[in-house]
Design a protein around this ligand. Structure first.
Ligand SMILES: Cc1cc2nc3c(=O)[nH]c(=O)nc-3n(C[C@H](O)[C@H](O)[C@H](O)COP(=O)(O)O)c2cc1C
Length: 182
């Protein structure tokens, strides 16, 4: 049975929970955005707000919650790296989505990259110069000019309705949000 909910703009009280659920119906990939602070310390967080913005010039974007612990770092970062996760990176996707110190496992990360650590075997990576930061409500949208990139044909990790999925698994999703490979 499918669960349906709707909201109209003239509702006196906006249904924030329902809005989040509605946004969650859009399946996305998963990225870890990384950077380096002026002291050389490395930082990163899991995002699914990544998307392409322009081909000419090559621009991508992602958004960061104002309240994030990462905001002071990215607000001044001149460069960052975007790592699109492959199915094998589920653990990294989870690790970089919780508050607390980040561990960049050297078996999984190329930490020496100047823009920010690069994930080994990522579905794609983008080294970016911060082109602009646009305030957007409770988030800031970061536009990055892509300087260099790489990609592989590995299957991407996906996110939908609050859950991580492997590509094949998501193809079997039914309205109740439960993965079904049958
Ligand atoms: C799949 C997924 C996607 C996320 N996307 C974003 C995002 O686009 N922007 C954001 O600010 N936080 C996003 N988050 C939450 C951050 O990963 C999380 O807030 C952060 O790593 C925790 O550190 P903080 O509390 O200091 O922000 C996402 C989390 C998950 C699990």
């Amino acid at each position: 049975m499918s669960e349906k909910a709707s909201a109209t703009p003239n509702q006196s009280e906006f249904d924030s929970r329902g809005f989040r659920n509605a946004l969650g119906r859009f399946p996305t990939g998963v990225a870890i955005v990384t950077t380096r602070d002026p002291q050389g310390n490395i930082h990163g967080l899991t995002v699914n707000s990544f998307t392409s913005a322009s081909l000419e010039p090559p621009l991508i974007l992602w958004s960061l919650r104002n309240a994030s612990r990462m905001m002071p770092v990215f607000r001044v970062a001149e460069n960052f790296a975007v790592n699109l996760l492959a199915e094998e990176h589920l653990e990294e996707g989870r690790l970089f989505a919780v508050s607390g110190p980040r561990v960049f496992n050297p078996d999984k990360w190329l930490v020496s990259n100047e823009h920010g650590p690069l994930l080994i075997n990522a579905a794609a990576t983008f080294n970016c110069r911060t082109a602009s930061r646009v305030p957007a409500g409770d988030h800031v949208v970061f536009l990055g000019e892509v300087l260099t990139f790489s990609y592989s044909t590995t299957s991407p990790l996906l996110f939908h309705a609050g859950r991580f999925f492997e590509s094949d698994e998501l193809l079997g999703v039914r309205d109740n949000g439960v993965g079904n490979n049958g």
